[in-house]
Design a protein around this ligand. Structure first.
Ligand SMILES: NC(=O)c1ccc[n+]([C@@H]2O[C@H](COP(=O)([O-])OP(=O)(O)OC[C@H]3O[C@@H](n4cnc5c(N)ncnc54)[C@H](OP(=O)(O)O)[C@@H]3O)[C@@H](O)[C@H]2O)c1
Length: 357
């Protein structure tokens, strides 16, 4: 049996480890990908420090950029040597922080010629999150191909709370592409101009004590759609509950962060958005669970294999800025990224690191 190296979370708040795990031969419709680059996301930290949705030892990571090295039977659109990127998260063989991942071809797209693998790997999980949250939780359709006419709510205010997060940056760009013109966002001041270039009409500092009234004024009194890309009980959910009015739809990326992980303290998470704030009567608040996005047949067939590479190739979405996490070994790079997340160093960027040459 051949094996390869994988990064695992071994216990709550323990240092990461690298172990050898079996390489799974690709089955029908699957390909074997030599993973070259990955990105660390807050979920890796939630899993390592908070044991969120984890049975240790757990291989981490979901964003893959690499090269196809073997095909299973009935693979239609990929060939050996293709440079691909995608979102693999359901089971060990698909996960990203390992040298060889066995992945169905519908979870992968070809990296377009205008992008490097380091840029491309900033897209997959965020991109999927935006399409799922906007269509399922905000109930705003994002059809493919995009229709030429404007969408029904084209001019209604849509707030992206946490516009400078990775998810938030793609949310703005994707909503603008679909014709939504009244996008508001929150972020630190240093990111305001960049987010306006991505489609935000106005951007507000989320630390401003007057933020509720400023947002409502900018929106003309009501914000019918809110995507909370942060999910912090005190940092986003309670502030949003102060201005969300009857019939507003508020989609919050789970988990609810009750307490952030830090170098000295364990994090606390919740799963109920409804119970995290005193919502006004008639506000529809929902927790986003991207892991269910494959229930949508269009998204299963085309989101990663066609929509994501097309929007990147045509320059409709620009990749996140990224910072390469250096280190002599796989373990050092993986640990460096998770430590940076824990120290809350990430601002308007994705942490990207090498898995293999
Ligand atoms: N449930 C799901 O399906 C799903 C899917 C994807 C992600 N998520 C979750 O969504 C969260 C965000 O993920 P991500 O990868 O996009 O994060 P990220 O890029 O690492 O987020 C970093 C950004 O968060 C911003 N931020 C921090 N606190 C804030 C606050 N109180 N208000 C507004 N902005 C704030 C910072 O903004 P400034 O730099 O401007 O200060 C920073 O740029 C994570 O908890 C992740 O696990 C959930």
């Amino acid at each position: 049996m051949s094996t390869h190296a994988a990064v695992v979370s071994v216990a709550i708040r323990a240092p990461l480890d690298v172990i050898q795990i079996p390489t799974v031969k690709p089955g029908d419709g699957e390909v074997l990908v030599k993973v070259q680059w990955t990105a660390s996301t807050p979920l890796d930290l939630h899993q390592n420090d908070g044991s969120l949705l984890v049975n240790h030892p757990q291989v981490l990571g979901s964003g893959i950029a690499g090269i196809v090295v073997e095909l299973g039977l009935q693979v239609k659109n990929l060939k050996v040597g293709d440079q691909v990127f995608g979102f693999g998260w359901r089971e060990q063989k698909e996960k990203a922080h390992q040298e060889l991942a066995t992945v169905p071809e519908y979870l992968l797209g070809k990296i377009p010629a205008n992008s490097t693998p380091q840029e491309a790997v900033t897209l997959p999980n965020n991109f999927v999150t935006v399409f799922h949250a906007v269509t399922t939780d905000l109930e705003l359709p994002l059809p493919w191909p995009r229709p030429s006419s404007a969408p029904e709510h084209a001019n209604d205010p849509i707030l992206i709370w946490g516009g400078s997060s990775s998810v938030g940056q793609y949310a703005l760009q994707i909503l603008r592409y679909y014709g939504y013109t009244n996008l508001l966002a929150t972020a630190s001041k240093t990111h305001h101009e960049a987010l306006k270039a991505y489609g935000a009409r106005e951007v507000f500092d989320y630390r401003d004590p007057e933020i509720s009234s400023k947002l409502l004024e900018a929106a003309g009194g009501e914000i019918p759609f809110v995507l909370d890309c942060i999910g912090s009980k005190n940092g986003s959910i309670i502030p949003i509950s102060k201005f969300a009015k009857k019939r507003a739809k508020v989609a919050v990326l789970l988990p609810v962060i009750i307490k952030d992980a830090s170098e000295t303290e364990a994090p606390e998470y919740g799963m109920s958005v409804e119970d995290s704030a005193n919502w006004a009567e008639g506000v529809v608040s929902r927790g986003v669970r991207t892991h269910f996005y494959l229930k949508n047949g269009l998204f299963k067939d085309k989101l990663q294999s066609e929509i994501m590479p097309t929007l990147l190739a045509e320059g409709i979405v620009r990749p996140n800025k990224y910072r390469i996490i250096e280190g002599k070994t796989l373990k050092e790079r993986a640990q460096g990224a998770i430590d940076a997340l824990r120290r809350k160093e990430v601002s308007g960027e994705r942490l990207v690191w090498r898995i293999s040459e």
